[in-house]
Design a protein around this ligand. Structure first.
Ligand code: OAD
Length: 257
């Protein structure tokens, strides 16, 4: 593992444009549940006998907001109750040292921002949990934490409409602005792509890795388990994000940059 970490560190040190793709596995080390795999939220059905993908979908939020909110609140409480870990801080440090380093995250916990990743180089492709906005009158700026203390679903104090977070639910489209930023950066190309703690269940997560590979770039993955991406990356670091990322950054000494 040590030699492999050095290999990845050298490749990142040489690269100018770096894309780090993160998923639930990164925040698993903060104590949050992942979606798939070990301890995953999606491994079974909800108490109502629904697949979690149906409970956490855009159509369900409109049809039965209380049911959808039951699971949104579960994710919200977990995120509010934990904090960024050494992996998030290591990535923020990498971005400080490498002005061409971007983070593309599927996580809605906001931990990259909390750890100091610059918003200009952060793409939150599945949105964020706060602030809530009203689905009827679109009024914004309702804090999630405040509403989690009250009966669910949360309601707008102006029109009584149901509030929701600006996250991407199942069967919903990705946010156009974030997608546009991602496409612009992908078109500029990346010298290296590092995927951290993701099962890579979506085409827009796999594509940047394949694209970098086709273009002769370096690709690596940090994940304790082999998955979708493992066969396509140059190096698979089989470990936890909060353990491996700080080691990786330590190996990228400032004189190599
Ligand atoms: P998943 O839950 O699908 O995958 C988590 C990955 O993290 C798995 O590959 C695990 O092996 C790995 N993992 C577990 N512990 C880890 C650790 N300590 N360090 C590193 N890796 C670890 O999560 P995502 O790929 O992020 O979307 O899933 C993406 C999306 O699935 C979520 O954003 C959500 C869900 O559908 C929406 O809600 C739209």
């Amino acid at each position: 593992m040590h030699a492999q970490i050095q290999l990845v560190a050298q490749a990142l040190a040489r690269a100018e444009r770096i894309l780090v793709i993160t998923g639930a596995g990164l925040s698993a080390d903060s104590g949050l549940p992942t979606y798939r795999g070990l301890g995953g939220l999606y491994n079974g059905h909800t108490e109502e006998g629904l697949p979690i993908e149906a409970a956490l979908s855009g159509p369900m939020l409109r049809r039965d907001p209380a049911l959808c909110w039951k699971y949104l609140a579960e994710i919200g409480r977990a995120c509010l109750g934990a904090r960024p870990n050494a992996g998030h801080f290591a990535l923020a440090e990498l971005q400080r040292r490498k002005p061409g380093c971007w983070v593309l995250t599927q996580n809605v916990d906001g931990y990259h921002r909390a750890a100091g990743s610059p918003v200009q180089r952060l793409i939150e492709i599945h949105g964020e949990l706060s602030p809530l906005f009203c689905m009827d009158c679109r009024q914004r700026s309702f804090e999630l934490a405040e509403h989690l203390q009250r009966p669910l679903p949360p309601r707008c104090d102006r029109c009584g409409g149901v509030l929701r977070p600006p996250v991407v639910l199942f069967e919903e489209l990705l946010p156009e602005a974030e997608l546009g930023r991602l496409q612009t950066q992908l078109a500029l190309g990346f010298d290296a792509v590092l995927a951290v703690g993701t099962s890579a269940s979506f085409a827009y997560i796999v594509e940047p890795v394949l694209r970098a590979r086709r273009g002769g770039g370096f690709t690596a993955e940090i994940n304790p388990q082999a998955g979708e991406l493992s066969a396509f990356v140059d190096v698979h670091l089989e470990g936890g994000a909060a353990d491996v990322l700080p080691q990786l950054i330590r190996h990228i000494s400032s004189d190599k940059i």
